[in-house]
Write a protein that binds this ligand. Sequence first.
Ligand SMILES: *[C@@H]1O[C@H](CO)[C@@H](O)[C@H](O)[C@H]1NC(C)=O
Ligand SMILES: *[C@@H]1O[C@H](CO)[C@@H](O)[C@H](O)[C@H]1NC(C)=O
Ligand SMILES: *[C@@H]1O[C@H](CO)[C@@H](O)[C@H](O)[C@H]1NC(C)=O
Ligand SMILES: *[C@@H]1O[C@H](CO)[C@@H](O)[C@H](O)[C@H]1NC(C)=O
Ligand SMILES: *[C@@H]1O[C@H](CO)[C@@H](O)[C@H](O)[C@H]1NC(C)=O
Ligand SMILES: *[C@@H]1O[C@H](CO)[C@@H](O)[C@H](O)[C@H]1NC(C)=O
Ligand SMILES: *[C@@H]1O[C@H](CO)[C@@H](O)[C@H](O)[C@H]1NC(C)=O
Ligand SMILES: *[C@@H]1O[C@H](CO)[C@@H](O)[C@H](O)[C@H]1NC(C)=O
Ligand SMILES: *[C@@H]1O[C@H](CO)[C@@H](O)[C@H](O)[C@H]1NC(C)=O
Ligand SMILES: *[C@@H]1O[C@H](CO)[C@@H](O)[C@H](O)[C@H]1NC(C)=O
Ligand SMILES: *[C@@H]1O[C@H](CO)[C@@H](O)[C@H](O)[C@H]1NC(C)=O
Ligand SMILES: *[C@@H]1O[C@H](CO)[C@@H](O)[C@H](O)[C@H]1NC(C)=O
Length: 852
Amino acid sequence: MSNKGMLCYITLLVIAIKAAEAFKGPFPCQFESRCSCSYIHERLTADCAWKGLRYIPTIPTNVANISFAHNNICGIKNGIFRINHDLIYLDLSNNNISKLHQRSFQGLSKLETLIISNNSINHTAIPINIFKPLVSLLHLALKRNFNHPFSLNVSSLVTLRTLKIDVVPHGNEPFGEEYAKLRFLQELDLSGLNGYCTLKVLTQDTFKYMPHIERLDLSKCKINTILTGSFKILVHLKYLDLSDNRCLKFKGLANVTYDLPSTSIEILRVNKIHQTFDLNTILTKCQIEPLNNTNITEIQMASNRLQLIEKDALKFLPKTLKKITIADNEFSYGNYIMDVFYVTAEEVNASYMGLSHYLLNSDEPCDINQAGFSPCNKTTDTYREMKIKRNDQNHHRNKPLSFSLDISNVPIPRNIKKFHFRECKLRYYLVKMNFLQNKLEYIDISNNAFYVWQGPISNLTCLTYLDISNNFCSNVSTNFFEYGSNLTTLLIQNNLLGFVLPIDTNGEILAKLTKLKLLNLADNRIPSLPTTIFYSQTEIRMLNLSGNMLENVKFKIDHMTKLSYLDLSYNRLSTLGASFTRQLDILSNNVPNIAVNLLGNPIKCSCESIEFIKWYTSTNVHVLNNLHQECQSLQINLNSSKLIYDYLKKTCSSHTTTIVTVGSWLTIFAIVIIAGIAYRYRWKLRYAYYIVKGKHHGQIKPFETDDDFLYDAFVSYADEDDTFVYTKFLKYLEDDRNIRCCVHKRDFLAGNDIATNITSAIHNSRKTVVIMSHHFLESDWCLFEFNMAKMESIYARSKENIILLVFLEQISSKDLPLNILELIQSKSYIEYPNDEYGDVVFWDKLKETLSV
Ligand SMILES: *[C@@H]1O[C@H](CO)[C@@H](O)[C@H](O)[C@H]1NC(C)=O
Ligand SMILES: *[C@@H]1O[C@H](CO)[C@@H](O)[C@H](O)[C@H]1NC(C)=O
Ligand SMILES: *[C@@H]1O[C@H](CO)[C@@H](O)[C@H](O)[C@H]1NC(C)=O
Ligand SMILES: *[C@@H]1O[C@H](CO)[C@@H](O)[C@H](O)[C@H]1NC(C)=O
Ligand SMILES: *[C@@H]1O[C@H](CO)[C@@H](O)[C@H](O)[C@H]1NC(C)=O
Ligand SMILES: *[C@@H]1O[C@H](CO)[C@@H](O)[C@H](O)[C@H]1NC(C)=O
Ligand SMILES: *[C@@H]1O[C@H](CO)[C@@H](O)[C@H](O)[C@H]1NC(C)=O
Ligand SMILES: *[C@@H]1O[C@H](CO)[C@@H](O)[C@H](O)[C@H]1NC(C)=O
Ligand SMILES: *[C@@H]1O[C@H](CO)[C@@H](O)[C@H](O)[C@H]1NC(C)=O
Ligand SMILES: *[C@@H]1O[C@H](CO)[C@@H](O)[C@H](O)[C@H]1NC(C)=O
Ligand SMILES: *[C@@H]1O[C@H](CO)[C@@H](O)[C@H](O)[C@H]1NC(C)=O
Ligand SMILES: *[C@@H]1O[C@H](CO)[C@@H](O)[C@H](O)[C@H]1NC(C)=O
């Protein structure tokens, strides 16, 4: 291999290694295994934050970015960084560094960012030329170190762009002549929020050596007085934060705005420049007027107890204004309200109106302002106006809290796109509202008490985002969303819509919202939803129904072809119905990653949910649930849903067989019992049936007296024995002895069925005479008559024996049925003697028996 080839090969190898390194994720650093290293944009970055380090290790030269934040490092040894010529970023914040040495930063010639905030550096121990090696330094943060007057000699930091430092001056001039050397200083962060800042008075001299400043953060600096001219010199100033200087007040603000036309101001923050429990305030024309001559784009004025704005004052807000925050104030209605139309802001943050405040961190005491020149001396008139208003306000308090907000032509800033109005303690019906021509895209009126949404709210043609969550709303009219057809995000969670949605069976409430992509209906106490409720939502991506009371889901979803996430968590679903899972499967063809959240539902690991589990094992839909947890109660190791399904299938099929077997046995048993009972009582049942039937046909009349029978005897006999009945029986009894007999051939009513005739005849006769013979025993009708007579005796005659057996011939007892034998036992029978003499005795005896 030639040298050239070798060189080529090595170059390639190096490139390959470099490339491999470039894609490497975090790995333990070689110099300190507790730190994690990675390549970010081809720079070796070491993360040693929160590692409990007590000293700085020797860092290899190739490290470009390193953080030692949140350790226990006590000092920076001389020369520890002397080889780190490539280090660009060094974070030593949140340690316990107390001493800096002459050569602590030696070698850091390329360092751009140095952060040593939140240590305990003793300023008397800062050597004079300590920052001299940092010839490339752009950003220096030294905050929360010096809680006492000190002066850092920054004259060597000529390249500095950003300085974050504590300021507790002992004289009037915290920023001395040496700052004039920082010709590139653009950002000065003195905020007391994350450092120490005490700057009671700002004067024309305060910033006179740093005219290049573009961003100035003076928040929480205990400023009492700002003399006019303090910011005049800062012609490049774009960002000024004076928030949380609670003694400044709007009076002090007037001195600030007075200077601002000389600057390049874009963002002004004056949140909380009033004390929490001060009197309410008014913003005057004079305080705002100078802003007309600025190109300001954003103003923040939150938490200022602002109640009123002087009429016409808002007209002085410059046309460049894009965003204004007036949150957490106490506005009341005033004649300034029509000026709102002149505000050009696209975003208005008016949230948290009338918020309750607590005395958490007490306000600082304010120095009494010395009288002198003030650009806004003439305020007596407006203060009087406010006083009147305040009385008005008290008057208002006596009114009922809720009433309709019925405004036609609602005045709103003409260019407004975003409106924040969270948590303002408003309790209103949302009645018909007609906005003027507007560009509103985003409205957040959540956390109020707009508890009835009646509407319609017209002309919101551009609206795409609406948040009315947490408003206690239980009533929505069907045309409330009539003009919201451009809405893509609708957040109405945390209301009480469970009172209206279940009865919206035609899906009218949401019918017009055809472009909706995200709908949040969580925590609405919804017990059920009609099938067609989401009929129009064909574009929906995310549907959140969690935290409701749904026991089943029946609404249609198969038209939501773009649905990717359906949240049904924390409802009361024990399963998903087959038609619903089928729809989900259809949808998963369009959106492969479609997910359904079923966590927190009582889906049991049991046979009832086997159909659902079966679907779950086979579907492409991503289903979040805690089925595995549920199934742990089965005390078997079931890791995959497939196993669960197989297990359940087995137990449930035996379960089903058991049910079927037991069920059929029970049925058979019941049939047998019933049949047995019916057989046992067959005669009684038949008797009752025919009696009822006879009564129905009028053949049976109720007895009036005991003796009031139609016949004395019903003669039951086999047809073969009719000679005896006609020639003997009727002759001797009826003709000779005057006994009324009933004989079926003669007395039965034609047309009625025999059984009814028999039963009626037995019932209407005092006694039943059975002409017993072998023929009788062979005849079914005869046995029927016998049994009916028996039933009659048991159920109609209180067990009085009404049957009289007349044996025509000798019948051996083995041929006699048991119930006939019983009668013989009770001696209620007569044998026909069949001889002349005996006959007379027989008939007399018979007559006697029959007439009792
Ligand atoms: C250095 O890394 C930190 C995170 O560890 C990051 O915030 C910072 O921007 C990085 N600085 C540079 C110059 O890459
Ligand atoms: C400052 O550092 C100390 C520990 O040195 C820590 O307890 C404290 O939370 C830090 N403060 C901030 C504001 O980071
Ligand atoms: C910080 O260092 C000092 C000594 O310089 C020591 O007394 C103190 O305990 C240390 N504080 C912490 C939180 O480690
Ligand atoms: C700073 O160090 C000096 C001695 O170098 C000491 O006298 C002084 O008390 C220290 N100050 C603080 C605030 O620790
Ligand atoms: C700051 O340091 C420079 C030398 O770097 C010196 O000339 C100047 O006098 C010092 N200023 C103060 C106020 O100590
Ligand atoms: C406004 O500035 C003037 C000096 O220009 C000063 O006398 C006055 O006290 C300042 N007003 C406030 C409220 O700071
Ligand atoms: C605001 O200033 C512009 C010129 O910068 C002027 O034309 C306009 O009339 C001023 N607006 C008001 C309300 O004074
Ligand atoms: C505002 O912007 C306009 C045009 O961009 C410029 O002419 C004017 O000087 C700016 N005004 C201020 C106060 O910066
Ligand atoms: C509105 O202002 C409040 C108070 O300053 C703030 O907390 C909130 O984050 C702001 N909201 C938006 C959306 O900017
Ligand atoms: C402003 O009012 C103060 C008294 O409150 C007075 O001393 C001062 O002269 C007035 N300044 C102007 C410009 O009217
Ligand atoms: C919308 O506002 C315009 C006036 O800006 C008005 O003429 C129109 O009737 C309004 N539309 C509806 C539906 O109210
Ligand atoms: C929806 O928005 C478009 C423009 O974004 C507009 O032309 C249309 O009128 C709007 N539709 C409704 C019903 O407001």
